[in-house]
Design a protein around this ligand. Structure first.
Ligand SMILES: Cc1cc2nc3c(=O)[nH]c(=O)nc-3n(C[C@H](O)[C@H](O)[C@H](O)COP(=O)(O)OP(=O)(O)OC[C@H]3O[C@@H](n4cnc5c(N)ncnc54)[C@H](O)[C@@H]3O)c2cc1C
Length: 293
């Protein structure tokens, strides 16, 4: 999986080179610990050393600096991808849910939507958590569960914002400075995916983030949301053609890695959609039918 992430980071860089990844940059990041740990995998930096990387940091027990970390703002990336696809002739239709995968004799031949049927030579199923219900219609089992995470965006305050991403390890909270905001993000909860969003979880994350980065205290919240990460039972994505169902290519189950792995996923499914080419080694462990067999 790490190899896929590295390959995908290279592809993110290539997209940035083409002007298609407007906020992508190598920032590095620090991981901080609030309590002492019994076993250390690697020697921790002291608070003073960590302050050298992030001057707005409050006292912590220790931490590490990871130089090979990249940051991007997700919506600007998705927007750039959509614009580029449209520029290449893709027709993008919003607000049109696919209700049914149409199949005939073991082949998918199109999709049914409330505004009509779309016939197609290939169908790529990439509907996040909702991919499971659609795949079930053609006999593919995708046992996905939603891993709910929260995002709270705080208004930027130049001079008081962190300068690099800070990961508060015990709480699994990430604080990322972006162009016009500071994003506080984290948590992974499993339960009924239709339950209401508990915004107090986001507020609790901001509280913790503000103890580690006191400059964040009292900031105006400019956006907040929660999202369901599509998680598979083995923690690996489901990418590729499904055995027994022709013309269907699946790309889902990325869990916490969907943004990192987006370019490499596109590369892998392109091989199935346009040019089957030589099968790569990862195809077997990513097979979308591995839970059906
Ligand atoms: C708080 C939070 C923080 C995260 N941080 C990171 C991070 O730092 N790095 C990282 O790599 N990943 C991160 N992720 C994970 C990443 O967001 C997901 O892995 C990724 O969004 C999954 O992409 P997807 O396209 O498979 O699914 P989704 O993003 O869920 O997109 C599925 C799309 O399909 C549409 N859809 C659903 N059903 C239908 C239908 N029937 N017909 C038509 N369209 C349909 C939906 O409207 C949606 O637009 C984070 C997630 C959360 C929640």
């Amino acid at each position: 999986m790490q190899d896929l992430a590295i390959r995908s980071t290279d592809l993110h860089c290539a997209l940035a080179g083409l002007g298609l990844n407007p906020t992508f940059r190598k920032t590095g990041a620090i991981d901080v610990y609030l309590r002492s740990r019994r076993k250390e995998k690697k020697k921790l930096l002291s608070y003073a050393e960590l302050q050298g990387f992030e001057p707005t940091l409050a006292p912590v027990t220790g931490g590490t600096h990871e130089a090979e970390e990249w940051t991007l703002e997700s919506r600007s990336f998705v927007r750039a991808m959509l614009d580029d696809a449209a520029g290449h002739g893709a027709e993008i239709v919003f607000g049109t849910p696919v209700r049914e995968l149409l199949s005939q004799g073991g082949r998918v031949v199109g999709v049914r939507t409330p505004s009509g049927t779309i016939r197609s030579e290939k169908v790529v199923l990439a509907a996040g958590l909702h991919s499971a219900a659609l795949a079930a219609q053609v006999g593919i089992r995708l046992p996905l569960r939603g891993g709910r995470g929260y995002v709270v965006d705080l208004a930027a305050r130049p001079g008081f914002d962190p300068t690099i991403p800070v990961r508060i390890k015990e709480h699994r909270i990430v604080v990322t400075p972006l162009e016009d905001r500071v994003r506080v993000c984290g948590s992974i909860e499993f339960g009924n995916e239709n339950r209401p969003v508990a915004h107090e979880r986001g507020a609790a994350m901001v509280d913790i983030a503000s103890t580690v980065l006191p400059g964040l205290r009292g900031r105006r919240v400019i956006d907040q949301w929660a999202g369901e990460r599509p998680c598979s039972p083995d923690g690996l994505p489901l990418i590729g053609a499904a055995e027994g169902v022709e013309n269907l290519v699946v790309a889902t189950g990325h869990g916490m890695w969907g943004l990192i792995l987006a370019p490499v996923t596109a590369e892998l499914i392109t091989e199935h959609v346009i040019d089957p080419g030589p099968t790569r080694n990862e195809s077997d462990w990513l097979r979308p039918d591995r839970f059906t067999r």
